[in-house]
Design a binder for this molecule. Structure first.
Ligand SMILES: [Ca+2]
Ligand SMILES: [Ca+2]
Length: 197
């Protein structure tokens, strides 16, 4: 958001009992179906292409699962690439450390793999600037021995503007994914203020 709207949000806060909260504004998504999952490390490079309507993104959500037994943490981040899976990198997410058994109630040391995927959110410290109607790819990059990390996908073409990459090959079917940007919103008000930078 611009300085004026940030200022007005602060002034508004000081003068009332309203609060400001960050909300996710969805741009592109396929959140309708997860039929299966596959290994990010084994089938690298893995990603999903999308065509934004917005001029930026600063978060991506995926569905991931720990497919190994008594292994350690899974370290993973995203690259945002232009055009295709080996296109120029224009943005890098924060690196997440997902503990062993992060998608199980039992927690670390559960000793089992698989189960159901769980939603994982990747933030970006800087807004990634996008050109609307251009093609981009979010690449999922596991570090070290995080090959037992799986990503959830649909078997169907539920997102017509892109598809998932597995072994570097693009498919018409899609990952479960959501991308967009955060916005400051006045709680108890309908006004949405663009986030500052
Ligand atoms: Ca594990
Ligand atoms: Ca598709």
């Amino acid at each position: 958001m611009n300085k004026f709207s940030k200022l007005s949000c602060l002034i508004f806060l000081a003068a009332s009992s309203y609060g400001c909260k960050k909300v996710d504004v969805v741009d592109q998504e396929q959140t309708g179906s997860i039929d299966a999952s596959f290994s990010i490390g084994h089938f690298a490079p893995v990603g999903q292409s999308f065509v934004p309507s917005a001029t930026k993104l600063n978060y991506v959500k995926l569905n991931l699962l720990d497919n190994g037994g008594f292994d350690g943490d899974h370290v993973v981040y995203l690259n945002i690439r232009e055009s295709t899976i080996d296109g120029d990198v224009i943005g890098v997410s924060e690196t997440l450390i997902l503990e062993d058994c992060f998608n199980f109630e039992e927690g670390p040391g559960c000793g089992i793999g698989g189960g159901y995927t769980t939603e994982v959110r990747f933030g970006f410290v800087e807004d990634v600037v996008l050109v609307p109607d251009s093609t981009y790819v979010l690449e999922i990059v596991p570090e070290g021995l995080s090959s037992n990390l799986n990503v959830g996908n649909s078997h169907s073409d539920l997102y017509e503007l892109g598809g998932y990459f597995k072994d570097g090959q693009e498919n018409i079917a899609d990952l479960w994914f959501e991308e967009g940007y955060t916005s400051l919103q006045l709680s108890n008000a309908e006004t949405t203020l663009e986030e500052a930078e």
